[in-house]
Design a protein around this ligand. Structure first.
Ligand SMILES: [Zn+2]
Ligand SMILES: [Zn+2]
Length: 250
């Protein structure tokens, strides 16, 4: 499976940047995982709008879902994609998001998107992928990480989370651990995000092959994040940047 980073900044986009979003492809099927600001534009540099096979949203913070709205405009009003795109998100998310573009109270986004709840530990199939959501620990917002498997390869993505055993379960034996790493060692560590070192610790406990740090806020130097994670995990640590392509499990 191929991972293409569409955006990787945490919380807000830096100059010319995007917040979180990823394209995961296998056998011609495309998953769009998180839809942060700017990622719909980046996605269209990779594939056509109607080539998205399913969308996966981790949680209802704007840096992870905002571009589902322009994507809806393109699909629905621009006729750039068939109605009923499979759309997975935590329970309760879609009802709130739908309010942002209702037509006189009508849930018009529900035409473009066929919404399904992503429930902890309940796997689902999307094209050639088997996806298992794991509930993360992230303020009071229901948040899931996604464990994405295809052809024996495993990509584990945390979405946003603080330190929690479920993030280790999510990543167990994964080839690539796409882990949020909002903070650095000198940051004020709040319990609903990870530092780079904490992300690496979760990767060690899960026995992952490689760690890819993401969701670093744009005011931090990503080289410092990488160094702090490598001190815990070893050398197999990278920092996600927009446009990065990785073959997972090869
Ligand atoms: Zn976030
Ligand atoms: Zn968040």
């Amino acid at each position: 499976m191929k991972l293409t980073v569409l955006g990787a900044h945490g919380t807000w986009p830096g100059p010319g940047g995007e917040t979180c979003g990823y394209l995961v492809s296998h056998e011609g099927f495309n998953l769009w995982v998180d839809a942060g600001t700017g990622t719909f534009s980046r996605l269209q540099q990779q594939i056509a709008v109607d080539e998205v096979g399913a969308m996966l949203i981790t949680h209802g913070h704007p840096d992870h879902f905002m571009d589902m709205i322009p994507a809806f405009y393109a699909r629905h009003y621009g006729k750039m994609g068939a109605p009923g795109l499979p759309f997975y998100s935590p329970e309760g998310f879609f009802d709130l998001a739908a309010l942002l573009v209702s037509e006189a109270g009508r849930n018009v986004m529900a035409i473009a998107y066929d919404t399904r709840d992503a429930r902890h530990g309940v796997p689902f199939e999307a094209g050639p992928f088997r996806v298992t959501p794991f509930e993360m620990t992230h303020i009071g917002v229901r948040t899931v990480g996604y464990r994405i498997e295809a052809n024996g390869s495993v990509l584990a993505y945390t979405g946003d989370t603080g330190p929690c055993p479920e993030a280790v379960d999510l990543a167990k034996g994964a080839d690539l651990f796409l882990a949020e790493a909002t903070y650095q060692n000198a940051s004020n560590l709040l319990p609903f995000h990870l530092s780079a070192a904490q992300a690496a610790e979760h990767g060690v406990r899960a026995g992952v092959g490689r760690v890819l740090l993401t969701h670093i806020t744009p005011d931090l130097d990503p080289d410092v994040s990488r160094t702090e994670a490598a001190a815990v995990f070893g050398d197999a640590v990278d920092v996600a940047v927009s446009g990065l392509v990785i073959e997972v499990g090869e």
